[in-house]
Design a protein around this ligand. Sequence first.
Ligand code: C2E
Ligand code: MG
Ligand code: MG
Ligand code: MG
Length: 288
Amino acid sequence: DAKAYATGSMRFFVARLGEQIRRRLVLERDLREAMEKKQLSLHYQPKVSLHDWEVIGFEALLRWNHPEHGAITPAEFIPVAEESGLILPMGEWALTEACCQAARWPDPLQVAVNISPVQVMTHNLPEAVQRALRTSGLAPGRLELEITESVFINDNRGTVERLHALRRLGVQIALDDFGTGYSSLAYLRRFPFDTLKIDRAFVRELLISRDARSIVRNILALAKSLRMSTVAEGVEEPLQVNVLEAEGCNMVQGYFASRPMPADQVLEFVLKWRERDRPQRPRELELE
Ligand code: C2E
Ligand code: MG
Ligand code: MG
Ligand code: MG
């Protein structure tokens, strides 16, 4: 009956909750160990210019290879790292590692590093960035920091000031996952981003929904009028490339160009791309 069913599903729920809490605790413990034992690495995904179909740079993405559970996604371990404070040493490691890798790439290839709102909230982020630049010798103009609009939830003055301090170091600042957060849009007036990244959710719908295309068109117009360059995330299909190009987007990123790759494959990837051993841009296909 209904009551037995409710009790049963409650038990199930409690058991599941217990399981989730346990997994979280285990993850936190293992994550500490992972940092010490170097189980974390960065993979790199290219951003491609729609102007000339050249690679402009790479986004660094954290990977965790767990000795027992195998690959654990950032979607699962980043929140654990944020809640435990581990994101601070982990984020600084990622920053330094990404800058050191990029310093070995042909100039002017850029590297983009994701920065958690927790890192932005701490006072010494500009110093950590400066340390990473100094350690690696990377020119500040070749580093981009990707932050999400959730840093503006608390809308405190400190955040905006810290972003300006970062900007004064000469690094670029991108607004990641645009359109999925709380976006009052007011913050676009308070802080001038260099780049705006259109979230994958809109790109996914681009070919099937007129509304999604209209939203993308208007995001691109907004970005242009505020002098921000634009990247579309999660581009998987040639037709998406065509539409984004027609709508005036500046760059694409996604499986169509390449999946994220380990650091030791980046140089070869770049050389091959330059020798035109690469996915053809759809427009080139049409001309044939
Ligand atoms: P993000 O910064 O928006 O990164 C883009 C995500 O989309 C990556 O997932 C990437 O692998 C995935 N992706 C790229 N192209 C495609 C595509 O064509 N199709 C599909 N379906 N997915 C695509 P990933 O690597 O799992 O990272 C997820 C999120 O975790 C990132 O989203 C970012 O918010 C966070 N993250 C990753 N690395 C770091 C890091 O070093 N620090 C911080 N704070 N966050 C990180
Ligand atoms: Mg990102
Ligand atoms: Mg993103
Ligand atoms: Mg995203």
